[in-house]
Design a protein around this ligand. Structure first.
Ligand SMILES: [Zn+2]
Ligand SMILES: [Zn+2]
Length: 241
């Protein structure tokens, strides 16, 4: 299996990250990654760039160092209604949207509240993927949620950084991805890199994939054409790739 995509990456515009988009793309190219999503934080995170950062990704070329760059964002799930902190004038311009729970915006609540939020985010056709859903403090019913991911065709991310930092535990990830496998949910293997050398480094994620034996045809990170088609289809107002 060859992973050729990394659809959750940060640049130093999120001020707790340390590399530029050009540095990220250079490492991606070296490692055979053909497409990355540029997903800096959305405005409600304390380290987020001004909303103009997300809006102004139109100045970037579609490929940098030969690597396709999806203009994206890591949005914050704000509440159980599933609202996201992306200004209306920005959301239509984006080619890839990851939605995540982050403590400063959505402090841990009950498992039912997490589920309710997830259910409502699923109904937003502009959201592509859920970020680091196994993060500590955010339990929910994985069996029921996997049915939703399948029904609404949402991508669930297997997040390397969260496993590396200990924010996600292996056994939790195994449980979530076993539930997803049962429902035929598409997944993405992402670095969530905050430094360029982490781009395309998926060593802990591979351990989970091996243990769960996730079907390769459901791992979108191996399929360049699927990713580009999906970005074009789900973001009709954004520039065509
Ligand atoms: Zn995050
Ligand atoms: Zn992130």
């Amino acid at each position: 299996m060859k992973i050729i995509a990394d659809l959750h990456t940060h640049t130093l515009a999120s001020s707790h990250a340390f590399s530029t988009i050009t540095e990220n793309c250079a490492v991606a190219r070296e490692r055979g990654i053909k497409v990355i999503a540029l997903t800096d934080h959305a405005p409600l995170m304390p380290d987020a760039p001004h909303e103009w950062h997300a809006a102004n990704q139109s100045v970037l070329p579609q490929t940098i160092k030969g690597v396709y760059v999806l203009k994206g964002i890591e949005a914050d799930i704000m509440n159980t209604d599933g609202e996201l902190d992306i200004p209306d004038y920005v959301i239509g311009k984006l080619q890839w949207i990851v939605a995540s729970f982050h403590g400063p915006v959505f402090p841990p609540m009950s498992a039912d509240d997490h589920f309710k939020a997830i259910e409502n985010v699923c109904k937003n056709p502009l959201v592509d993927a859920f970020g680091h859903l196994t993060a500590r403090g955010y339990p929910f019913d994985y069996t029921k949620a996997a049915k939703l991911f399948s029904k609404y065709d949402k991508i669930v991310e297997l997040n390397e950084a969260s496993l590396r930092s200990g924010a996600s535990q292996k056994d939790t990830a195994v449980r979530l991805f076993n539930a997803c496998k049962k429902e035929g949910v598409k997944i993405a293997v992402d670095s969530d890199a905050h430094y360029c050398e982490r781009i395309g480094d998926f060593s802990l994620a591979y351990e989970i994939l091996d243990e769960v034996k996730y079907p390769e045809n459901l791992i979108i990170s191996t399929n360049f054409d699927y990713i580009i088609d999906r970005a074009n289809r789900n973001h009709p107002q954004a520039p065509k790739i």
